[in-house]
Each structure stands twice: as C-alpha cells, then as structure tokens.
Design a protein around this ligand. Structure first.
Ligand code: A2P
Length: 326
C-alpha cells in the first residue's frame, strides 16, 4: 500500500477536447472561435506546438465576444523538454500562461519523460523541427535532470495556484510506478497516444488503478501523422471493417465511431480539426452507444502500433535515441 496522497481528481475535465497540435498560428484564432461555437470547452495546448500566443488571441476573442467565460474552459498546457530543471519549470509555466493570456491552467503536464538542455525562449528551436527531422538543432542535447526534481517543481505550481491539476504525458508503466513512489501531489492525468491500433490496455489500467484520468491523443491514429509525413493514408484505422460496420449500424461516420470507442473506454479524447463541419462531427458522439461486441471488435484491432515515437524521430533529428516506451 502507498502512503496517502493528495488527490486532485479532475472530475470536470470535459471528455471531448480540442487538440491544438499542428494548427498554424495564423489559423488559431479562427479555429478557436469555430471550436467554441461548435461547443468545445476543453483545449489541449503545449509550448512545443509553437502557437500559444495565437491560441491566446483566440481564447481572448471567444471570451470578449461573450461565447464563453474563462471558468467555462478547461485549458491544458505542457512543460517542454528543455525546461525540466526545477529552476525553469515555473518560468516555463508562466511563459505559457502569459502567451495564452491566462492566470492559471486547469491542467499542466510534463510533455515527455525526456529532459533536454535548457534553451532560452527567444532562441527556442523553430517549431518546424517536428515537421522536418532534417532540420537539426545544435542546442538539443539530453540533460541530466532526474524526473523527481521536475515533479517536485510541478507540485509547486499547484501550491502557487498556477495549475489546478498536474500530470504527465508519454509515461510508461515503469515511470508511472516510479512517480507514484515519491509524489506528494499525485498526477491527475496521463496523456498518451491511443487509438484502435494502440489500445494501451495495460498502461491505461495501471493509470486508472492509480486514480488517474487518461487522455488519448491522436485518437484517429495515422491521420494526424499523414500531414507531416510520418504515416501514409493507407495506415488509417477509419477503413477497418470493425469501424465501418459500426458506423453503418449507428448511422455515424468512422471517425465518430473511433472517438466514441475512446470515450466509452472511459478516456478523454482530443481530436484536432480546422474544419467546422468536422469539429461538430467530432463532438456529436454522445447520442449513441457501441455494443459490447462492437467495442471488442475494435479493441481487437490493437497492433501496439505507435505513430508518435521520439525514440524514432529524436534519433533522426538530434542523433540521440530515446526509447521511452514499454
Ligand atoms: P482537418 O483538420 O482537415 O479536419 P488527430 O486529432 O488524431 O491529430 O487527427 C487530426 C487529423 O484528422 C487532421 O488531419 C484532421 O484534418 C483530421 N480529421 C479530424 N476530424 C476528422 C473527421 N471527423 N474525419 C476525418 N478526418 C478528420
């Protein structure tokens, strides 16, 4: 048994969120306004997405136009790898808050269990590196920062009122066990890639047993990676018979079936779309229920297939191999 932990369970995290990765800064304001009009209240941001100032403009516009208030929104952001040293954590969090025009986060996450050497904000590597692994950045070097030091600094963000909840992304089972062995404030959320080709059954069960809520990123699998050349359209889970059959049976689209499968497993999902029709489509998944047999058939598509793997893309970009997953 573990010592009693302070638990900050996010009962209020809206189950369907809006992912902001890969939305170009010039498109952010319109995308946020469209998303808020469509009904999204949960926005998943990160310093690494390189668009937080633009996202902030969108949030401000939505509030100024009376579409929602700050309190209606659930805003998540993430600590980038270059700010893991305890003395940089609060500065990085405040920078994201200031870019987004907020004074607190509903949730602040450690983006990856990878610590890289500090890079001043103004010399931050161009966000395009994700899109172009050949664009090597000389400042990207692994740093020796133990995870527990980063987590202690994350806990101080809660104490200071800068983050209501804290959590982690891209952690493996072993790293979660380790984190739970010393945390004073337990992580509220685990955010990991999960879709029918990567169901993450064991890891999700562990996170739940630890009282964490799970958020699935890239809920459509390959789709998020086609536009950046990390997957082919033929890898799409939306063409699987188990998915299309359920779509036909419920008069829904394959995308809606895959998202429904995600929330019906108890996860939150954060699909991204810059198209208002697809934004609405992705929200319209609460008026039907997949049968046990349909859920099982979709579960069976699991291939342990990961599209977002820094072990692969960091090696190409920086010459350093980070095999962080189980
Ligand atoms: P678009 O922005 O043009 O709608 P993820 O959320 O997993 O990162 O996936 C995002 C990708 O999936 C984007 O390419 C997005 O394109 C596309 N997409 C989002 N919603 C749908 C949908 N309902 N049907 C098909 N493609 C979608």
């Amino acid at each position: 048994t573990f010592p009693k932990l302070e638990r900050n369970l996010p009962d209020t995290i809206p189950q369907i969120g809006f992912g902001l990765w890969k939305i170009a800064p010039e498109d952010c304001e319109a995308a946020i306004l469209d998303a808020v009009r469509a009904g999204y209240r949960h926005f998943d941001s990160a310093a690494d997405y390189g668009n937080e100032e633009a996202v902030g403009k969108g949030i401000k516009a939505a509030i100024d136009q009376g579409l929602c208030s700050r309190e209606d929104l659930w805003i998540t952001s993430k600590l980038w790898n270059t700010y893991h040293a305890p003395e940089h954590v609060e500065t990085a969090c405040r920078k994201s808050l200031s870019d987004l025009g907020l004074d607190y986060f509903d949730l602040y996450l450690v983006h990856f269990p990878i610590a890289l050497e500090f890079v001043p904000f103004e010399q931050r590597y161009p966000p395009e590196w994700v899109f172009d692994p050949a664009a090597k950045h000389p400042a990207m070097k692994p740093a020796k920062v133990p995870q527990h030091q980063t987590w202690t600094a994350m806990e101080r963000l809660v104490d200071a009122g800068l983050a209501r909840q804290i959590g982690v992304c891209n952690y493996s089972s072993a790293l979660l066990h380790d984190l739970m062995s010393y945390s004073r404030i337990a992580p509220a959320v685990l955010q990991v890639e999960s879709h029918p080709y990567l169901t993450q059954q064991k890891l999700i069960r562990l996170a739940r047993d630890y009282g964490m809520q799970v958020t699935a990123f890239s809920p459509f699998g390959a789709l998020s990676y086609v536009e950046i050349g990390m997957a082919g359209a033929a890898d799409s889970v939306l063409d699987e018979a188990a998915v299309t059959a359920a779509a036909t049976a419920h008069d829904k689209t394959p995308a809606q079936v895959v998202l429904r499968w995600g929330i019906q497993r108890g996860n939150s999902v954060i699909p991204k779309s810059t198209n208002p029709d697809r934004m609405r489509e992705n929200l319209a998944i609460t008026d039907f229920e997949l049968t046990e047999a349909e859920m099982t058939a979709i579960d069976a598509l699991d291939q342990g297939r990961r599209f977002n793997d820094p072990g692969v893309f960091c090696e190409a970009a920086f010459g350093t191999f980070f095999p962080i997953y189980d």
